[in-house]
Design a protein around this ligand. Structure first.
Ligand code: SF4
Length: 249
């Protein structure tokens, strides 16, 4: 079997040239099929950001396996193509594992519905104010919904985790992450906005503005929009759109 094709590119960030080798998406692809290439680029940008932050501030990333505060209660935002990728990932799991993960998702969805929050996230009001969004996020946080993929304080889907999970790295005391709404958490600044760029690309493909949903609602959201998310498009122009949008978020 021939080796999977790859794309080689050079990212220029802060005057530095970063060489990236990424898996080449199919020429006609669903949006989620672009994610492996995008994640390879995002990973290179994140590594660069961490190195630069260390050099500039002397502060080191304090996130480590076993520290899962950010996966325990925050409304981790995922884009619709990432939600679709997670749905496909779960649907491809062996039946017992799939049932276990789906049950966890169903539990989180039910608790969000009981709290009257699910629809506010699934069908986001485009005119929601910043204060309104903050209140919604605080209400979500108060429910203490752990990510369904969190197991033994570690991410069980680490290679496939969403953009935001990759990018959220702190240099402050990990204890502060237990409540980032009240505590001053030092987050490593990221040069590229991969999720925002994906929203831009997905909005263009789907001809309607797209928004993120908390990861706990990812399967629900992807099921609601499965037909649109299943469409295949010419990958190259969408990928170029994403690359251009990366630094303008
Ligand atoms: S996908 Fe993984 S890293 Fe992201 S919130 Fe869930 S457990 Fe944490």
């Amino acid at each position: 079997m021939p080796a999977p094709r790859r794309i080689e590119l050079v990212l220029r960030i802060d005057g530095e040239a970063l060489r990236v080798s990424a898996p080449q998406p199919p020429s006609r692809a669903r949006l989620d099929e672009l994610l492996p290439a995008m994640q390879a680029i995002d990973n290179a940008a994140i590594d660069h950001a961490v190195r630069k932050n260390e050099a500039n501030t002397g502060a080191y990333v304090t996130c480590a396996k076993g520290c899962s505060a950010c996966c325990r209660a925050q409304p981790v935002p995922v884009t619709p193509p990432e939600a679709h990728a997670l749905l496909l990932l779960v649907e491809a799991m062996p039946a017992p594992r799939r049932r276990e993960i789906e049950a966890r998702f169903a539990d989180r969805v039910a608790r969000l519905r009981d709290a009257g929050l699910a629809d506010a996230f699934l069908h986001r009001d485009p005119d929601l104010s910043l204060d309104g969004a903050r209140t919604l996020a605080r209400d979500y946080f108060a429910l203490g919904l752990a990510c369904p993929f969190l197991e033994d304080d570690a991410c069980s889907i680490h290679p496939q985790r969403p953009f935001v999970c990759r990018q959220y790295l702190v240099t402050s005391d990990p204890a502060l992450c237990a409540n980032p709404f009240e505590n001053p958490v030092d987050v490593v600044p990221m040069p590229l906005q991969a999720a925002i760029a994906m929203l831009s690309a997905a909005s263009a493909v789907m001809s309607t503005p797209q928004h993120t949903v908390p990861l706990t609602l990812a399967l629900e959201h992807a099921r609601l929009h499965r037909a649109a998310l299943r469409q295949r498009v010419d990958a190259e122009p969408v990928f170029r759109h994403w690359l251009q949008a990366l630094s303008s978020g």
